[in-house]
Design a binder for this molecule. Structure first.
Ligand code: ZN
Length: 133
């Protein structure tokens, strides 16, 4: 049976990486103490989710700068003015599948789950964690 737990995030800058490993593990722990593959979804089109270094705070800052530099200098037609954020969300992706054991994510020592804000600040970004047990 598919089960879901969601939580909300507030972001404070246009581009911002939040390390949300603890929040995801709390949601996962409320769903299961078993083993399996979790799917973590951000149900939005101008943010993303990924995994990267959890230790040095310079890394998220460097990556947000590097992401900004990736945006091509093309003419965007979208009237909302945030096609750069849609583009980067498309590249990074809006879901992750990750293994867990005894209700805990199996992450490398230096890995953390990144919530990547690309069109903030936003007061109510959602993250959904799904398990199928
Ligand atoms: Zn838009």
């Amino acid at each position: 049976m598919l089960r879901e737990q969601t939580f909300s995030l507030r972001t404070t800058a246009r581009e911002q990486i939040l390390i949300i490993t603890a929040e995801v593990e709390k949601a996962l722990g409320s769903l299961t103490g078993g083993d399996g593959i979790a799917t973590i979804v951000v149900p939005h089109t101008t943010c993303a989710i990924s995994v990267n270094e959890n230790a040095d705070p310079d890394v998220p800052a460097d990556l947000t700068n590097a992401l900004r530099a990736l945006v091509p200098k093309v003419r965007f037609e979208h009237g909302e003015g945030n096609s750069d954020a849609h583009f980067l969300s498309l590249l990074i992706g809006c879901s992750l599948s990750w293994p867990y054991r005894a209700g805990k994510l199996i992450l490398g020592t230096w890995q953390g789950i990144y919530f990547v804000e690309l069109d903030g600040p936003r007061s109510a970004r959602k993250v959904a964690v799904y398990v199928n047990e």
